[in-house]
Write a protein that binds this ligand. Structure first.
Ligand code: MN
Ligand code: MN
Length: 465
Protein backbone atom coordinates (compact mmCIF):
# COMPACT_ATOMS: atom_id res chain seq x y z
CA UNK A 1 0.00 0.00 0.00
CA UNK A 2 1.17 3.50 -0.74
CA UNK A 3 2.23 5.54 2.30
CA UNK A 4 -0.04 8.47 3.01
CA UNK A 5 1.69 11.84 2.52
CA UNK A 6 0.63 13.02 5.98
CA UNK A 7 2.25 9.96 7.52
CA UNK A 8 5.47 10.97 5.87
CA UNK A 9 5.38 14.73 6.55
CA UNK A 10 3.50 15.28 9.80
CA UNK A 11 5.25 15.11 13.17
CA UNK A 12 3.28 12.19 14.55
CA UNK A 13 2.50 12.57 18.23
CA UNK A 14 1.74 9.01 19.17
CA UNK A 15 0.15 7.90 22.41
CA UNK A 16 2.85 5.87 24.12
CA UNK A 17 0.56 3.23 25.60
CA UNK A 18 -0.59 2.26 22.10
CA UNK A 19 2.96 1.55 20.95
CA UNK A 20 3.98 -1.06 23.52
CA UNK A 21 3.34 -4.74 24.12
CA UNK A 22 2.40 -6.48 27.35
CA UNK A 23 5.98 -7.27 28.38
CA UNK A 24 6.96 -3.63 27.98
CA UNK A 25 3.92 -2.60 30.02
CA UNK A 26 4.93 -4.97 32.82
CA UNK A 27 8.46 -3.59 32.75
CA UNK A 28 7.12 -0.02 33.04
CA UNK A 29 4.84 -0.94 35.94
CA UNK A 30 7.53 -2.79 37.89
CA UNK A 31 10.00 0.10 37.40
CA UNK A 32 7.34 2.45 38.77
CA UNK A 33 6.74 0.22 41.81
CA UNK A 34 10.34 0.96 42.81
CA UNK A 35 9.86 4.63 42.02
CA UNK A 36 6.82 4.71 44.34
CA UNK A 37 8.89 3.11 47.12
CA UNK A 38 11.60 5.73 46.59
CA UNK A 39 9.03 8.55 46.85
CA UNK A 40 7.71 7.20 50.14
CA UNK A 41 11.23 7.07 51.60
CA UNK A 42 12.37 10.41 50.20
CA UNK A 43 10.01 13.20 51.14
CA UNK A 44 12.68 15.83 51.77
CA UNK A 45 15.99 16.69 50.11
CA UNK A 46 17.93 15.12 53.00
CA UNK A 47 15.90 11.92 52.79
CA UNK A 48 16.29 11.83 49.00
CA UNK A 49 20.06 12.15 49.31
CA UNK A 50 20.19 9.45 52.01
CA UNK A 51 18.21 7.11 49.70
CA UNK A 52 20.36 8.01 46.70
CA UNK A 53 23.52 7.30 48.71
CA UNK A 54 22.16 3.89 49.67
CA UNK A 55 21.26 3.05 46.06
CA UNK A 56 24.65 4.32 44.80
CA UNK A 57 26.64 2.30 47.34
CA UNK A 58 24.65 -0.85 46.56
CA UNK A 59 25.76 -0.34 42.96
CA UNK A 60 29.45 0.10 43.68
CA UNK A 61 29.71 3.90 43.94
CA UNK A 62 32.14 5.19 46.57
CA UNK A 63 32.79 8.55 48.20
CA UNK A 64 35.26 10.47 46.04
CA UNK A 65 37.42 11.16 49.11
CA UNK A 66 38.31 7.45 49.23
CA UNK A 67 40.10 7.71 45.84
CA UNK A 68 43.58 9.19 45.36
CA UNK A 69 43.45 8.65 41.61
CA UNK A 70 40.59 7.93 39.24
CA UNK A 71 40.51 5.70 36.15
CA UNK A 72 37.92 4.91 33.47
CA UNK A 73 35.06 2.91 34.97
CA UNK A 74 35.51 4.26 38.50
CA UNK A 75 32.24 5.20 40.17
CA UNK A 76 32.23 8.08 42.66
CA UNK A 77 29.87 10.35 44.52
CA UNK A 78 30.16 13.54 46.51
CA UNK A 79 27.55 14.59 49.05
CA UNK A 80 27.24 18.26 49.87
CA UNK A 81 25.94 18.90 53.42
CA UNK A 82 23.46 16.00 53.23
CA UNK A 83 21.27 18.01 50.82
CA UNK A 84 22.76 17.70 47.37
CA UNK A 85 24.84 15.11 45.60
CA UNK A 86 26.95 14.62 42.49
CA UNK A 87 27.75 11.20 41.06
CA UNK A 88 30.16 10.32 38.28
CA UNK A 89 31.41 7.36 36.33
CA UNK A 90 34.74 8.09 34.66
CA UNK A 91 34.72 7.72 30.88
CA UNK A 92 37.45 6.61 28.50
CA UNK A 93 37.50 10.05 26.85
CA UNK A 94 39.45 12.87 28.54
CA UNK A 95 37.28 15.14 30.66
CA UNK A 96 38.44 18.15 28.65
CA UNK A 97 36.65 16.67 25.64
CA UNK A 98 33.37 17.12 27.46
CA UNK A 99 31.30 15.38 30.10
CA UNK A 100 27.66 14.33 29.88
CA UNK A 101 25.60 15.77 32.72
CA UNK A 102 22.04 15.08 33.83
CA UNK A 103 20.84 17.43 36.56
CA UNK A 104 17.66 17.36 38.62
CA UNK A 105 16.68 18.73 42.02
CA UNK A 106 15.53 16.92 45.14
CA UNK A 107 13.92 19.81 47.04
CA UNK A 108 10.16 20.31 46.64
CA UNK A 109 7.69 22.98 47.69
CA UNK A 110 6.68 22.54 51.33
CA UNK A 111 6.22 24.35 54.63
CA UNK A 112 9.28 24.99 56.85
CA UNK A 113 9.07 25.68 60.58
CA UNK A 114 9.95 29.20 61.65
CA UNK A 115 12.99 29.47 63.98
CA UNK A 116 10.66 30.12 66.94
CA UNK A 117 7.79 27.89 65.90
CA UNK A 118 5.86 26.84 68.98
CA UNK A 119 3.02 28.82 70.57
CA UNK A 120 -0.27 28.29 72.38
CA UNK A 121 -3.63 29.86 71.64
CA UNK A 122 -7.22 29.02 72.63
CA UNK A 123 -6.28 25.73 74.26
CA UNK A 124 -4.23 24.49 71.29
CA UNK A 125 -0.51 24.26 70.62
CA UNK A 126 0.76 25.17 67.14
CA UNK A 127 3.88 25.34 65.02
CA UNK A 128 4.34 28.50 62.94
CA UNK A 129 5.53 27.93 59.38
CA UNK A 130 7.11 29.75 56.47
CA UNK A 131 6.34 28.24 53.10
CA UNK A 132 9.17 27.14 50.80
CA UNK A 133 8.79 27.53 47.04
CA UNK A 134 5.77 28.37 44.95
CA UNK A 135 2.67 26.95 46.60
CA UNK A 136 -1.05 27.64 46.37
CA UNK A 137 -1.53 28.14 50.10
CA UNK A 138 -5.13 26.94 50.23
CA UNK A 139 -3.98 23.47 49.09
CA UNK A 140 -2.01 22.98 52.32
CA UNK A 141 -4.95 23.28 54.74
CA UNK A 142 -7.06 20.33 55.91
CA UNK A 143 -4.67 17.64 54.67
CA UNK A 144 -2.69 15.16 56.80
CA UNK A 145 0.81 16.51 57.34
CA UNK A 146 3.99 14.81 58.55
CA UNK A 147 7.05 16.38 60.15
CA UNK A 148 10.55 15.66 58.80
CA UNK A 149 13.94 17.15 59.47
CA UNK A 150 16.87 17.64 61.77
CA UNK A 151 17.51 19.44 65.04
CA UNK A 152 21.16 20.16 65.81
CA UNK A 153 22.17 20.98 69.35
CA UNK A 154 25.01 23.43 70.08
CA UNK A 155 27.23 20.45 71.00
CA UNK A 156 26.78 19.09 67.46
CA UNK A 157 24.39 16.29 68.36
CA UNK A 158 21.97 15.84 65.47
CA UNK A 159 18.46 14.50 65.96
CA UNK A 160 16.57 13.21 62.94
CA UNK A 161 12.81 13.67 63.00
CA UNK A 162 10.25 11.74 60.97
CA UNK A 163 6.71 11.70 62.41
CA UNK A 164 3.48 11.02 60.56
CA UNK A 165 4.58 8.48 57.95
CA UNK A 166 4.25 5.30 60.00
CA UNK A 167 0.65 4.06 60.44
CA UNK A 168 1.14 4.13 64.24
CA UNK A 169 2.33 7.78 64.21
CA UNK A 170 0.01 10.71 64.79
CA UNK A 171 -0.38 13.16 61.88
CA UNK A 172 -0.85 16.92 61.97
CA UNK A 173 -2.99 19.38 60.04
CA UNK A 174 -3.67 23.03 59.30
CA UNK A 175 -7.30 23.97 59.87
CA UNK A 176 -9.51 26.04 57.57
CA UNK A 177 -12.70 28.00 58.14
CA UNK A 178 -16.04 26.20 57.91
CA UNK A 179 -18.10 27.31 54.85
CA UNK A 180 -20.89 28.50 57.17
CA UNK A 181 -18.66 31.31 58.43
CA UNK A 182 -16.46 31.79 55.37
CA UNK A 183 -18.55 34.37 53.48
CA UNK A 184 -15.82 36.98 53.71
CA UNK A 185 -13.02 34.52 52.97
CA UNK A 186 -14.90 33.19 49.93
CA UNK A 187 -14.96 36.71 48.42
CA UNK A 188 -11.16 36.94 48.55
CA UNK A 189 -8.87 36.18 45.66
CA UNK A 190 -7.53 32.61 45.71
CA UNK A 191 -4.00 33.99 46.14
CA UNK A 192 -4.78 35.60 49.49
CA UNK A 193 -7.73 33.57 50.77
CA UNK A 194 -5.27 31.87 53.12
CA UNK A 195 -2.68 34.16 54.68
CA UNK A 196 0.91 32.90 54.92
CA UNK A 197 0.82 33.78 58.62
CA UNK A 198 -2.21 31.53 59.11
CA UNK A 199 -0.46 28.36 57.92
CA UNK A 200 -0.05 27.17 61.51
CA UNK A 201 0.18 23.48 62.25
CA UNK A 202 -2.07 22.04 64.96
CA UNK A 203 0.12 19.92 67.24
CA UNK A 204 -1.69 19.34 70.56
CA UNK A 205 -4.42 20.21 73.06
CA UNK A 206 -3.77 18.55 76.47
CA UNK A 207 -2.52 20.95 79.18
CA UNK A 208 0.42 20.01 81.40
CA UNK A 209 -0.97 18.76 84.73
CA UNK A 210 0.69 21.23 87.15
CA UNK A 211 -1.70 24.19 87.22
CA UNK A 212 1.02 26.44 88.72
CA UNK A 213 2.70 26.48 85.28
CA UNK A 214 1.71 28.83 82.44
CA UNK A 215 1.07 28.04 78.74
CA UNK A 216 0.41 24.49 79.82
CA UNK A 217 -0.57 23.05 76.39
CA UNK A 218 2.66 24.35 74.86
CA UNK A 219 4.53 23.14 77.94
CA UNK A 220 3.03 19.66 77.63
CA UNK A 221 4.15 19.41 74.00
CA UNK A 222 7.65 20.57 74.94
CA UNK A 223 7.70 17.94 77.68
CA UNK A 224 6.74 15.22 75.19
CA UNK A 225 9.48 16.42 72.83
CA UNK A 226 11.97 16.61 75.68
CA UNK A 227 11.16 13.06 76.81
CA UNK A 228 11.42 11.73 73.26
CA UNK A 229 14.31 13.74 71.79
CA UNK A 230 15.95 15.49 74.76
CA UNK A 231 15.34 18.91 73.20
CA UNK A 232 14.15 22.23 74.62
CA UNK A 233 12.34 25.10 72.89
CA UNK A 234 15.64 26.84 72.09
CA UNK A 235 16.88 23.85 70.08
CA UNK A 236 14.39 24.73 67.31
CA UNK A 237 16.66 27.72 66.64
CA UNK A 238 19.17 25.38 65.02
CA UNK A 239 16.84 23.06 63.18
CA UNK A 240 15.55 22.42 59.67
CA UNK A 241 12.09 20.98 60.04
CA UNK A 242 9.92 20.50 56.98
CA UNK A 243 6.19 19.82 56.84
CA UNK A 244 5.08 17.66 53.94
CA UNK A 245 1.84 15.86 53.02
CA UNK A 246 1.53 12.59 54.92
CA UNK A 247 -0.09 10.90 51.91
CA UNK A 248 1.66 7.92 50.38
CA UNK A 249 2.63 7.76 46.73
CA UNK A 250 0.14 5.50 44.92
CA UNK A 251 -0.76 4.13 41.53
CA UNK A 252 -3.54 6.25 40.04
CA UNK A 253 -6.51 5.24 37.90
CA UNK A 254 -8.48 2.02 37.36
CA UNK A 255 -5.77 1.06 34.88
CA UNK A 256 -2.97 2.02 37.29
CA UNK A 257 -1.37 4.02 34.49
CA UNK A 258 -0.32 7.05 36.55
CA UNK A 259 1.47 7.90 39.78
CA UNK A 260 0.00 10.29 42.35
CA UNK A 261 2.44 11.60 44.92
CA UNK A 262 3.85 14.56 46.74
CA UNK A 263 7.24 15.79 45.51
CA UNK A 264 7.36 14.39 41.98
CA UNK A 265 8.76 17.79 40.99
CA UNK A 266 11.53 16.91 40.74
CA UNK A 267 12.12 13.55 42.37
CA UNK A 268 10.66 11.86 39.30
CA UNK A 269 13.67 13.07 37.32
CA UNK A 270 16.04 12.55 40.26
CA UNK A 271 14.96 8.90 40.58
CA UNK A 272 14.90 8.10 36.86
CA UNK A 273 18.33 9.67 36.27
CA UNK A 274 19.80 7.94 39.31
CA UNK A 275 18.31 4.60 38.21
CA UNK A 276 19.70 5.16 34.71
CA UNK A 277 23.16 5.94 36.09
CA UNK A 278 23.14 2.70 38.09
CA UNK A 279 22.96 0.73 34.83
CA UNK A 280 26.10 2.32 33.32
CA UNK A 281 29.28 0.27 33.03
CA UNK A 282 31.66 1.71 30.44
CA UNK A 283 31.01 5.16 29.06
CA UNK A 284 32.95 7.22 26.56
CA UNK A 285 32.33 10.65 28.04
CA UNK A 286 32.38 10.87 31.81
CA UNK A 287 28.78 10.66 33.03
CA UNK A 288 27.75 13.02 35.82
CA UNK A 289 24.47 13.02 37.72
CA UNK A 290 23.46 16.08 39.73
CA UNK A 291 20.86 15.93 42.51
CA UNK A 292 20.64 19.56 43.53
CA UNK A 293 18.91 21.45 46.33
CA UNK A 294 17.20 24.86 46.59
CA UNK A 295 15.94 24.87 42.99
CA UNK A 296 12.45 25.78 44.18
CA UNK A 297 13.72 29.01 45.77
CA UNK A 298 16.17 30.09 43.09
CA UNK A 299 19.10 27.64 43.40
CA UNK A 300 20.96 29.99 45.80
CA UNK A 301 23.09 29.02 48.79
CA UNK A 302 25.88 26.49 49.12
CA UNK A 303 23.63 23.49 48.38
CA UNK A 304 21.98 25.20 45.39
CA UNK A 305 23.19 24.91 41.81
CA UNK A 306 24.43 28.53 41.76
CA UNK A 307 27.14 27.69 44.29
CA UNK A 308 30.69 26.74 43.30
CA UNK A 309 30.35 23.29 44.83
CA UNK A 310 29.78 21.69 41.44
CA UNK A 311 32.89 23.35 39.96
CA UNK A 312 34.80 22.03 42.96
CA UNK A 313 33.55 18.49 42.26
CA UNK A 314 34.56 18.61 38.58
CA UNK A 315 37.95 20.07 39.57
CA UNK A 316 38.40 17.13 41.93
CA UNK A 317 37.65 14.76 39.03
CA UNK A 318 40.26 16.59 36.92
CA UNK A 319 42.80 16.39 39.75
CA UNK A 320 42.21 12.73 40.40
CA UNK A 321 42.34 11.59 36.77
CA UNK A 322 45.63 13.54 36.58
CA UNK A 323 44.44 15.83 33.84
CA UNK A 324 44.17 19.23 35.50
CA UNK A 325 45.94 22.41 34.43
CA UNK A 326 45.11 26.13 34.80
CA UNK A 327 41.64 27.06 33.48
CA UNK A 328 40.92 23.55 32.23
CA UNK A 329 37.61 23.54 34.10
CA UNK A 330 36.28 26.23 31.73
CA UNK A 331 37.20 24.05 28.76
CA UNK A 332 35.45 21.03 30.30
CA UNK A 333 32.22 22.98 30.59
CA UNK A 334 32.45 24.48 27.10
CA UNK A 335 32.67 21.01 25.55
CA UNK A 336 30.02 19.38 27.74
CA UNK A 337 26.41 18.43 27.17
CA UNK A 338 23.58 18.41 29.64
CA UNK A 339 19.99 17.34 30.08
CA UNK A 340 18.42 19.56 32.71
CA UNK A 341 16.08 16.91 34.03
CA UNK A 342 13.20 18.81 35.53
CA UNK A 343 9.47 18.32 35.22
CA UNK A 344 7.34 19.96 32.55
CA UNK A 345 3.79 21.28 32.84
CA UNK A 346 1.54 18.53 31.51
CA UNK A 347 -1.49 19.45 29.40
CA UNK A 348 -4.58 19.37 31.63
CA UNK A 349 -7.85 19.26 29.61
CA UNK A 350 -9.71 20.86 32.54
CA UNK A 351 -7.42 23.88 32.35
CA UNK A 352 -6.75 23.73 28.61
CA UNK A 353 -7.00 27.50 28.21
CA UNK A 354 -3.54 28.13 29.71
CA UNK A 355 -1.86 25.94 27.11
CA UNK A 356 -1.17 26.16 23.40
CA UNK A 357 -2.30 22.70 22.36
CA UNK A 358 0.18 22.44 19.50
CA UNK A 359 3.06 23.18 21.90
CA UNK A 360 2.00 21.33 25.05
CA UNK A 361 3.41 18.26 26.74
CA UNK A 362 0.72 15.59 26.89
CA UNK A 363 0.94 12.86 29.51
CA UNK A 364 1.66 9.45 28.05
CA UNK A 365 3.61 10.58 25.01
CA UNK A 366 7.10 10.12 26.39
CA UNK A 367 9.70 12.47 27.77
CA UNK A 368 9.03 16.20 27.53
CA UNK A 369 11.68 18.60 26.28
CA UNK A 370 11.64 22.36 26.59
CA UNK A 371 13.96 24.08 24.15
CA UNK A 372 13.56 27.13 26.35
CA UNK A 373 11.62 28.09 29.46
CA UNK A 374 11.52 31.60 30.92
CA UNK A 375 8.44 33.79 30.86
CA UNK A 376 6.85 36.47 28.67
CA UNK A 377 9.23 36.68 25.77
CA UNK A 378 11.60 33.90 26.93
CA UNK A 379 12.91 36.19 29.67
CA UNK A 380 15.54 34.41 31.73
CA UNK A 381 15.66 31.36 29.45
CA UNK A 382 18.70 29.50 28.24
CA UNK A 383 17.42 28.72 24.76
CA UNK A 384 19.01 25.47 23.57
CA UNK A 385 20.90 25.75 20.27
CA UNK A 386 19.24 24.09 17.27
CA UNK A 387 22.41 22.04 16.67
CA UNK A 388 22.23 20.63 20.17
CA UNK A 389 18.48 19.93 19.96
CA UNK A 390 19.19 17.99 16.78
CA UNK A 391 21.91 15.99 18.56
CA UNK A 392 19.49 15.12 21.39
CA UNK A 393 16.71 14.22 18.91
CA UNK A 394 19.10 11.86 17.16
CA UNK A 395 19.92 10.09 20.45
CA UNK A 396 16.23 9.68 21.27
CA UNK A 397 15.13 8.65 17.79
CA UNK A 398 17.80 6.05 17.19
CA UNK A 399 16.94 4.48 20.57
CA UNK A 400 13.22 4.53 19.74
CA UNK A 401 12.35 6.75 22.71
CA UNK A 402 9.19 8.83 22.36
CA UNK A 403 9.49 12.53 23.17
CA UNK A 404 7.67 15.78 22.68
CA UNK A 405 9.12 19.27 22.57
CA UNK A 406 6.83 21.80 24.16
CA UNK A 407 6.47 25.13 25.90
CA UNK A 408 5.43 25.75 29.45
CA UNK A 409 1.99 27.27 28.83
CA UNK A 410 0.77 30.03 26.52
CA UNK A 411 3.15 32.85 25.61
CA UNK A 412 1.80 35.59 27.88
CA UNK A 413 0.32 33.44 30.64
CA UNK A 414 3.33 32.81 32.85
CA UNK A 415 6.39 30.61 32.77
CA UNK A 416 9.12 29.08 34.84
CA UNK A 417 12.71 28.04 34.99
CA UNK A 418 15.05 25.25 36.05
CA UNK A 419 18.77 24.85 36.72
CA UNK A 420 19.39 24.76 32.93
CA UNK A 421 20.60 28.36 32.61
CA UNK A 422 23.16 27.95 35.39
CA UNK A 423 25.11 25.29 33.50
CA UNK A 424 24.42 26.97 30.15
CA UNK A 425 26.07 30.12 31.52
CA UNK A 426 29.21 28.05 32.21
CA UNK A 427 29.30 27.10 28.53
CA UNK A 428 27.51 23.74 28.60
CA UNK A 429 24.99 22.83 25.86
CA UNK A 430 21.77 22.34 27.86
CA UNK A 431 18.17 21.43 27.17
CA UNK A 432 15.36 20.85 29.65
CA UNK A 433 14.25 17.26 29.48
CA UNK A 434 11.84 15.76 32.02
CA UNK A 435 8.50 14.23 32.85
CA UNK A 436 5.24 16.17 32.32
CA UNK A 437 3.23 16.65 35.55
CA UNK A 438 -0.35 17.59 36.38
CA UNK A 439 -1.05 19.69 39.51
CA UNK A 440 2.63 20.66 39.71
CA UNK A 441 3.66 22.02 43.16
CA UNK A 442 0.44 20.71 44.74
CA UNK A 443 0.52 18.33 47.72
CA UNK A 444 -0.42 15.55 45.28
CA UNK A 445 1.09 15.66 41.79
CA UNK A 446 0.24 13.36 38.86
CA UNK A 447 2.57 11.74 36.29
CA UNK A 448 2.22 9.01 33.67
CA UNK A 449 4.12 5.75 34.16
CA UNK A 450 4.80 5.69 30.43
CA UNK A 451 6.64 9.01 30.66
CA UNK A 452 8.53 8.00 33.81
CA UNK A 453 9.93 4.97 32.04
CA UNK A 454 10.64 7.02 28.92
CA UNK A 455 12.69 9.41 31.06
CA UNK A 456 14.70 6.51 32.47
CA UNK A 457 15.38 5.20 28.95
CA UNK A 458 16.22 8.67 27.63
CA UNK A 459 18.75 9.32 30.40
CA UNK A 460 20.36 5.94 29.84
CA UNK A 461 20.64 6.58 26.11
CA UNK A 462 22.15 10.06 26.65
CA UNK A 463 24.88 8.75 28.94
CA UNK A 464 25.63 5.73 26.76
CA UNK A 465 26.00 7.93 23.66
MN1 MN B 1 11.37 21.41 39.24
MN1 MN C 1 9.16 23.28 40.84
Amino acid sequence: MEQKLSDKLFNKKEKGWETINNDEKNEIFSFCDNYIKFLNNAKTEREAIAEAKKIAEENGYKDISSFDTLNPGDKVYFINREKSMYLAIIGTEKLENGIHIIGSHVDSPRLDLKPNPIYEDGGFAYFKTHYYGGIKKYQWTTIPISIHGVIVKPNGEKITINIGEDESDPIFTITDLLPHLAQEQMQKKLSNAIDGEDLNLLIGSIPYENKEEKERVKLNILKILNDKYGITEADFLSSEIELVPAFKARSLGFDGSMVASYGQDDRVCAYTSLAAMMTLQNVKNTAVCILSDKEEIGSMGNTGMESHMFDYFISELLNKVGENRPNLLDKVFCYSKMLSSDVDAGFDPIYANVSDKTNSAFLGRGIGLNKYTGSRGKSGASDANAEYVAWVRNVLEKNDIRYEISELGKVDIGGGGTIAYILANKGVDVIDCGVPVLSMHAPYEVTSKYDIYSAYRAYKAFWNE
